[in-house]
Design a protein around this ligand. Structure first.
Ligand SMILES: [Zn+2]
Length: 162
């Protein structure tokens, strides 16, 4: 994996988010045997501490909206005590879908950090770019490709064993 390559040069944009991405990866990997696709997310408060966690629970709960990002945003909003997550950062292992990108815009998080690209359904630059659409009134900063290989490998392994 390029992540472990000895010649990996410092990346000032992505390196600071590797720790939080490992927390999101831990969420993704902690899925019980429900058959849920392993996607995990955390929301960091303005001070960098984790205030919300989520993993894909669509199969576990039978909820079509039970995506990691939505669940992490809900938990963070409960922790903050209001719907505005100003100053917060959402970190997720896979590029958000259209629903989650919509929830992210509505939550007013300052920043979205994601790992693997979702070429088929991603709404943060792949299929759509909801997060940076100038027609919307809130556009978070987007950092992509953080621990991308590890995030993608978790999914590849999951689908290989299906
Ligand atoms: Zn989603």
């Amino acid at each position: 994996m390029s992540d472990a390559a000895p010649d990996r040069s410092p990346d000032p944009v992505r390196d600071p988010w590797r720790g939080p991405m490992r927390a999101a990866l831990a969420e993704a990997a902690s899925a019980p045997g429900t058959g849920d696709v392993p996607v995990g997310a955390v929301v960091l408060g303005p001070d960098g501490s984790v205030i919300g966690r989520g993993r894909n629970e669509r199969e576990a709960t039978g909820d079509p909206t039970g995506h990691a990002e939505v669940l992490a945003i809900r938990e963070a909003a409960r922790a903050v005590g209001e719907w505005r997550l100003t100053g917060c950062t959402l970190v997720v292992t896979l590029e958000p879908c259209t629903m989650c990108a919509g929830a992210i815009v509505l939550s007013r998080v300052d920043r979205v950090v994601y790992g693997a690209v979702d070429e088929k359904a991603g709404a943060a630059g792949s299929l759509f770019d909801v997060l940076r659409d100038r027609r919307l009134n809130h556009r978070p900063e987007v950092v992509h490709g953080v621990l991308a290989e590890e995030c993608a490998a978790l999914l590849t392994d999951f689908f290989r064993t299906r």
